[in-house]
Write a protein that binds this ligand. Structure first.
Ligand code: HEC
Length: 441
C-alpha cells in the first residue's frame, strides 16, 4: 500500500487544556476603534452581536461596544469568542466560514483595551456591514418547507434544551441540493441559540438531543444556509419525520419561537454523483464510567469501507464533555502504524459546533481507514459545566445528565480512482502553492 500524505498536519502531543492564546506584545498605542477594531467586529462578531440576533448585546457602534471592552478582551484572548473551539495547536486549521481571529487580531484587541479603548478618528469608520435579509430564503425558492411546532420560551428562566418533531411530506427518496433554517420573526431569532435538524424514524420520540437519525443541518446566527457543491447532494428518505434539536435562551419577554427548514431538491430523476453522508461514528467501545472528581477518556473506532473525503467533524458529548479528537489510522501494512490526528476541539455543551473543513483541507482517506474518536469527560469541580462534581456519571438511557461520546462525521464516498485523482490534484496544488511562496521570497 502506498504512503498517503493527506491533510499535511502536524503531530503534536495531545494536551487537553483550555486554549490560552497569549497575545503578542503589540506596540499598539495607536490602535483605534474606528480603524482597527470595527473591521474585526464586522467580520467575526456582528453576525450574532447585533440588534435582533441572539447574542446578549449589540457590538456595532462605539457607544455599544465601549462598556464591554474589558469583557471582550477576556473572551477574545481566551478564544471563547467567536465560538469556534477547535484546538489551534493540532491538525487541520482551515474551515469554511471561519470567523476566528488571528493571533495578530487578538493582540490588537488586547492592546486597544489596555490603552483605554479609544474611539479614534470618526473619518476612519468603515460603512456599516450589511447582512442578508434574515426573513428571506438565501437558497432560492425551496421545494419543501418544514415548519416545526412553536417552542414557547418564558420571559425568564434557565436555558431550554429539547426537541420538536414535524411530519415530512415526501413520496419518494430524494436528494437535497440546498438547505436553510429560517427562524420566523425577530423574536425567534433572539431566543434560538442554536438548533439542528435531523431526519429520524417515525417511532422516535425523545426530548433528548439527537441520539439517532440522519443529521441534515445546523442553525446558528449568521450560518443558516448551505448549497452543496455541484453534482452533489444529501439523501432525504421518504417515510421519515423531521426533528429539531434546540437550545433556547429566554430574553426577558415571553416568545413563541418558530423555526422553518427550507429544502431545495434535485429533480426527481436525478441521483447526484456525490452523496454526502452524515452519521454518528466512533461510539465509545467501553461503558462511560466517570467517578466523582475524575477525568476519563473513552475511545471509539469506525472503519471507512470506501475511500472518502471527510467534510465535517462535530463532537457530541453532554455536560461533562471537555475535549475530543479525531485521529485517522491508515490501512498501511508498514510499521510503525501510520496515524494522524486531524482535529481536536475543546467542548462546551452550550455550543454544538460543526467544523466544516475548507475544500482543500478536507481529509482524503483511502478505503479501510479507521476513524478513531477520543473523548474526554471531566467530572471534577474544575469543569464549570459540571452540575454536581460529587456524583458518579455514566452512559445511560439518554437523559441529558447521562453522558455520550461520539462524533457526527460528514463525508462523501469516493471510488478508489477518484481518491487517487483527488489526492494527486491536491498534491499538485500544494506543490504549486509552495513554489509560488518560494518565488515571493
Ligand atoms: C455565533 C454567535 C456569536 C459570535 C460570532 C460571537 N458571539 Fe459573543 N456571544 C454569543 C452568545 C450567545 C453569548 C452569550 C452566551 C455566552 O456567554 O457564551 C456571547 C457572549 C459574549 C460576551 C460576554 C457577554 C457577557 O454577558 O459577559 C462577549 C464579551 C462577547 N460575546 C464578545 C464577542 C466578540 C468580541 C465576538 C467577535 C470577536 C463575538 N462575541 C462573536 C454569540 C456570539
Amino acid at each position: 500500500m502506498k504512503t498517503t500524505v493527506l491533510a499535511a498536519t502536524l503531530l503534536i502531543p495531545l494536551v487537553p487544556a483550555l486554549a490560552a492564546a497569549q497575545p503578542a506584545a503589540a506596540g499598539g498605542a495607536d490602535v483605534t476603534f474606528t480603524r482597527d477594531i470595527v473591521p474585526i467586529l464586522q467580520r467575526s462578531c456582528q453576525s450574532c452581536h447585533r440588534a435582533g440576533e441572539m447574542a446578549p448585546m449589540s457590538l456595532v457602534t462605539y457607544e455599544e461596544v465601549r462598556p464591554w471592552a474589558r469583557s471582550i478582551r477576556n473572551r477574545v484572548v481566551a478564544r471563547e469568542m467567536p465560538p469556534l473551539h477547535i484546538d489551534r495547536h493540532i491538525g487541520i486549521q482551515e474551515f469554511k466560514d471561519d470567523p476566528s481571529l488571528s493571533d495578530e487580531e487578538i493582540a490588537l484587541v488586547a492592546a486597544w483595551v489596555d490603552n483605554g479603548a479609544p474611539r479614534g478618528d470618526p473619518a476612519d469608520m468603515p460603512p456599516l456591514r450589511e447582512f442578508p435579509d434574515a426573513a428571506a430564503w438565501q437558497i432560492g425558492e425551496p421545494d419543501l418547507v418544514i415548519r416545526y411546532p412553536a417552542m414557547p420560551v418564558p420571559a425568564e428562566g434557565p436555558d431550554m434544551f429539547g426537541a420538536v418533531y414535524s411530519p415530512l411530506e415526501l413520496e419518494n427518496d430524494r436528494y437535497i441540493k440546498a438547505i436553510q433554517h429560517r427562524p420566523v420573526g425577530d423574536g425567534s431569532r433572539r431566543v434560538i441559540h442554536h438548533a439542528l435538524s435531523f431526519a429520524v424514524d417515525q417511532d422516535e420520540f425523545t426530548q433528548m438531543p439527537s441520539v439517532s437519525g440522519h443529521f441534515l443541518m445546523e442553525y446558528a446566527s449568521g450560518k443558516n444556509g448551505e448549497v452543496y457543491p455541484e453534482d452533489s447532494g444529501v439523501l432525504l428518505q421518504a417515510g421519515k419525520k423531521m426533528k429539531l434539536d434546540y437550545h433556547l435562551h429566554p430574553v426577558g419577554e415571553p416568545i413563541d419561537a418558530v423555526m422553518e427548514l427550507g429544502i431545495v431538491l434535485h429533480p426527481e430523476d436525478v441521483t447526484p454523483r456525490h452523496i454526502r453522508w452524515s452519521k454518528q461514528l466512533g461510539q465509545h467501545v467501553t461503558d462511560i464510567d466517570i467517578p466523582a472528581g475524575t477525568v476519563v477518556r473513552r475511545d471509539g473506532y469506525t472503519m471507512m469501507n470506501k475511500a472518502a473525503r471527510i467534510t465535517a467533524f462535530q463532537p457530541h458529548m453532554h455536560a461533562l464533555g471537555r475535549y475530543q479528537c479525531l485521529e485517522l489510522i491508515y490501512p498501511t501494512a508498514s510499521t510503525p502504524m501510520q496515524t494522524e490526528v486531524v482535529s481536536c476541539a475543546h467542548f462546551d455543551s452550550n455550543w454544538h459546533l460543526v467544523y466544516n473543513y475548507a475544500d482543500d483541507a478536507a481529509p482524503l482517506v483511502p478505503a479501510g481507514t479507521i476513524l478513531h474518536i477520543i473523548s474526554w469527560h471531566d467530572n471534577t469541580a474544575g469543569n464549570r459545566a459540571n452540575p454536581d462534581p460529587k456524583n458518579w456519571v455514566g452512559n445511560g438511557r439518554g437523559r441529558t445528565i447521562d453522558e455520550m461520546a461520539f462524533a457526527w462525521i460528514g463525508w462523501y464516498d469516493l471510488t478508489d480512482e477518484e481518491y487517487e485523482e483527488e489526492l494527486a490534484a491536491r498534491k499538485a496544488r500544494r506543490a504549486q502553492q509552495g513554489a509560488a511562496t518560494a518565488g515571493q521570497q
